[in-house]
Write a protein that binds this ligand. Structure first.
Ligand SMILES: C[S@@+](CC[C@H](N)C(=O)[O-])C[C@H]1O[C@@H](n2cnc3c(N)ncnc32)[C@H](O)[C@@H]1O
Length: 297
């Protein structure tokens, strides 16, 4: 498993009985987690000191129980690319505005961008396309590593939030391009324009909607989008990363899709694995989905 174990401002303190206990900077949150089906008892004293507790409702969705949690606060991540700043707030569907497990992918991409720049000092900037880019963790990390990043997300609110994270992280403005758009439509347009990228990142939800209501269902749409986006890889392309939170979408499936859609046409290798977060109290690693990584060799 690829484990995001370099956080200082974030940690999973404990996980048991369907919930995880997390420290986000100075604040303690309790959130449900479908993977946590074991029950090792609530040993950590912090279970009683939670500042925010997200309760699922039987009607779907849920709500936050607040106990001294500010409306907004910030945390930082010292990554391969540089120091990333994140604005956080408790919002819909138990989200806070960042997926900490993604740090393991941010660092992997930043490492490849820096290596490429060392080898190609006189080249145009390394170009990254970040699809389903949310609050911009991967965008900020890649841009701080020196890349020029195109950030695409369907939600105007999320793109605004990502811009704030980039500003707070001192990302030079000329290194980012922000787009509110449907990912598939954007990729199809880029193919027609003949644009290309050295690195592509996609982190789709299980289910989502484009700005004009375009339906995204990962099982039905993801292979076609990987195949289309694969056409945007430049001659000098270095990586293609896909992440999935969708329960049941195994690493091997990501390997097969990247194999068919990219390796078959241009070689290179693919590695896929689960990603996870270390749990301080019980020493386990909390599984948080899977990632597939194509890289040219
Ligand atoms: C789970 S989040 C992705 C997490 C993110 N990559 C991260 O780690 O920070 C899914 C994002 O996909 C966006 N989205 C959903 N359907 C979309 C579509 N059809 N086109 C573009 N973005 C979409 C949502 O607005 C949301 O921001």
């Amino acid at each position: 498993m690829w484990v995001a174990d370099k956080w200082k401002d974030y940690e999973v303190l404990d996980a048991t009985g369907g919930e995880k206990l997390e420290r986000w900077g100075d604040y303690i949150l309790v959130r449900p987690d479908p993977q946590v089906i074991w029950d090792t008892g609530r040993r950590a004293p912090e279970w009683k000191q939670a500042n925010g507790h997200y309760h699922r409702s039987s009607k779907g969705g849920g709500s936050w129980e607040m106990n001294g949690l500010p409306e907004e606060w910030s945390i930082a991540y010292q990554g391969e690319g540089g120091d990333l700043q994140f604005r956080l707030k408790p919002f819909a569907f138990k989200h806070t505005g960042v997926f900490p497990e993604q740090a393991v992918n941010w660092d992997w991409c930043a490492g490849r961008i820096q290596k490429w720049q060392e080898k190609n000092p006189d080249s145009e900037p390394f170009r990254v396309l970040n699809l389903f880019a949310y609050t911009g963790g991967a965008t900020v990390s890649a841009a701080l590593a020196g890349a020029h990043v195109t950030h695409v997300d369907a939600s105007k609110g999320m793109v605004g939030w990502a811009k704030e994270n980039a500003l707070a992280s001192d990302v030079p403005t000329e290194r980012t391009r922000w787009l509110v758009d449907d990912c598939k439509k954007f990729v199809e347009r880029e193919i027609r324009r003949g644009n290309s990228y050295e690195g592509i990142i996609m982190d789709p939800p299980s289910y989502g909607r484009g700005p004009k209501g375009e339906i995204w269902k990962i099982e039905e749409c993801v292979f076609e989008l990987i195949t289309l986006a694969g056409k945007l890889l430049s001659e000098k392309a270095v990586f293609f990363l896909i992440n999935s939170y969708t329960t049941g979408l195994q690493p091997a499936v990501l390997t097969y899709m990247l194999g068919e859609a990219i390796v078959a046409g241009r070689g290179g290798i693919v590695e896929s694995d689960e990603i996870g977060l270390p749990v301080r109290k019980n020493g386990l690693v909390l599984p948080c989905g899977a990632s597939g990584r194509w890289m040219n060799v």
